[in-house]
Ligand binder design. Structure first.
Ligand code: UDX
Ligand code: ADP
Length: 466
């Protein structure tokens, strides 16, 4: 089965969509079909106007325009795609459980299990199954168990091939990854399957960057790579509060630390807190797994990364309240940015959601502007928390499509996402339209604080005492 000509990917989300688009681009001889149960999502992927595809990622729509209809297809016909493919990627969502045992920590594998059962039912010949979603260690064995006991006698090889792309830079990350990781069984069949996937990636990635391991190492590496990255953000964020008290400046400290080649300069940007679908979920998963093996110290160590992140989000909201004379009741506070980072329309676990929730408890009037996030998503994110009735979220939050309009009459502006365009705004014009004293709370250290102060703004940047 070494010459793969047909690939199917179950799940047309932020991982499945871009990854398959790049495979289709780099491997014109492979037919790639991306399937999803969500009809609306598939319709959007098939929209003749590629600017309407459901995932915003710089460079993605161009690749979709080139490959779609040639060797890249989007469909809701999951069964036909499974039947036809030699290799099936599982790229469905694995959110944290919101009920029962492991609630709030363990990954909910309901969707993965559904996929495995569907593959078992439909497959008539041997298949290679590739876990693409972030999964807790030993998920492969669960998938194997289901496939072996419910299938029609077909042979399945399960590979773990974790995704390391970061949203906003997904196309570059897929084009030239630091490494590709493939975990498989040590049996001859397992190694054949590994080789088949290596051959797919080798169409554009140098062999020495394709690492092969056993399945468990691969699964655990994904969780821990994200845990290490998140830990760096929490580490730098933990110092912001200290900088604010001591007149040190977090950007200067980060630079000084990062020039040590053993530490390195990346991922030391202080912020209002990390978000995204992976970091929190993966650490919670790691914590849950460690606890389930009785490794309480290990669990506590990693849990602290989340505790610090929650603290950072709450602290930012509290800073706004304190600075607005201890009350935000009825005051207009404008959020510039809602996405969890720039260059994506993804809002999962974005710090903005929690900061907004906190300010809504204090009865603030919030206006939101984000270049890529639409109103229904903002309300869905707040409603998902279930902290108040949807009608209350609607009345407390207004989503505005023009940034100047969003800032008009505001008591304060809070920067929640580091979108480049915010830097280029006419800040004098914004200042003139606001209530005075006009305040800016920069949760990303994005803006030039000195310039804003010159205009007349009162500025608070995270991790500095100005
Ligand atoms: C992450 C991993 O980077 C990626 O390898 C994995 O495949 C998925 O999870 P992603 O969540 O898309 O990617 O974005 P990332 O760039 O890692 O940022 C995560 C969060 O950390 C964002 O909210 C970002 O704003 C924040 N962050 C990142 C900081 O606050 N400071 C930093 O220095 C870096
Ligand atoms: P990720 O960031 O991991 O890509 P997303 O939530 O963006 O997560 O995408 C996951 C996609 O998987 C969703 O579009 C969801 O509809 C789809 N999905 C979940 N379960 C199944 C399933 N059993 N069959 C097909 N698609 C599924």
């Amino acid at each position: 089965m070494n010459n793969i000509t047909k690939i199917c990917c179950i799940g047309a989300g932020y991982v499945g969509g871009p990854t398959m688009a790049v495979i289709a681009k780099k491997c014109p001889h492979i037919k790639v079909t991306v399937v999803d149960l969500n009809e609306q999502r598939i319709a959007a992927w098939n929209d003749p106007d590629v600017s309407n595809i459901p995932v915003y990622e710089p460079g993605l729509s161009e690749v979709v325009a080139e490959a779609r209809g040639r060797n890249l297809f989007f469909s809701t016909d999951v069964e036909s795609a499974i039947d036809e493919a030699e290799m099936i990627f599982i790229s469905v969502n694995t959110p944290t459980k919101t009920y029962g045992a492991g609630k709030g920590q363990a990954a909910d594998l309901k969707w993965i299990e559904l996929c495995a059962r569907q593959i078992a039912r439909v497959a008539k010949d041997n298949k290679i199954i590739v876990e693409k979603s972030t999964l807790p260690v030993r998920t492969a064995s669960a998938i194997k168990d289901i496939l072996q006991h419910t299938g029609n006698g077909s042979q399945f090889q399960i590979l773990s091939n974790p995704e390391f792309l970061a949203e906003g830079t997904a196309m570059e990350d897929l084009d030239a990854p630091d490494r590709v990781l493939i975990g498989g069984d040590s049996t001859a069949e397992g190694q054949n399957a590994v080789q088949a996937l290596v051959d797919v990636y080798a169409n554009w990635i140098p062999r020495e960057r394709i690492l092969t391991t056993n399945v468990w190492s691969s699964e655990l590496s994904k969780l821990t790579a994200n845990a290490f990255l998140a830990q760096r953000v929490s580490s730098i964020n933990s110092l912001t509060e200290l900088c604010e008290k001591t007149e040190a400046n977090i950007s200067e400290v980060a630079k000084a630390i990062g020039t040590d080649s053993r530490i390195g300069p990346k991922f030391l940007k202080a912020s209002v807190g990390f978000g995204g679908s992976c970091f929190q979920k993966d650490i919670l998963n790691l914590v849950y797994i460690a606890k389930s093996y009785g490794l309480d110290e290990v669990a506590d160590y990693w849990e602290q990364v989340i505790i610090m992140n929650d603290h950072q989000k709450r602290r930012f909201a509290n800073r706004i309240i304190k600075n607005l004379y201890n009350t935000v009741n009825g005051k207009k506070i404008t959020f510039l940015g809602w996405a969890f980072k720039k260059d994506t329309n993804d809002t999962r676990e974005a710090a903005s959601i929690y900061v907004a929730d906190h300010l809504l408890h204090e009865q603030a009037d919030i206006a939101v502007f984000d270049p890529k996030v639409q109103a229904p998503q903002v309300y869905a994110d707040l409603d998902y928390l279930r902290t108040r009735e949807p009608a209350e979220n609607k009345s407390g939050v207004t989503v505005v499509t023009d940034p100047y309009e969003a800032c008009k009459g505001a008591h304060a502006i809070a920067i929640l996402t580091e979108w480049d365009e915010f830097k280029g705004y006419d800040w004098q014009k914004i200042y003139d339209s606001m209530l005075k004293p006009a305040k800016v709370f920069d949760g990303r250290n994005l803006l030039d604080a000195a310039k804003l102060q010159e205009i007349g703004f009162q500025v608070w940047s995270i991790g500095s005492s100005i």
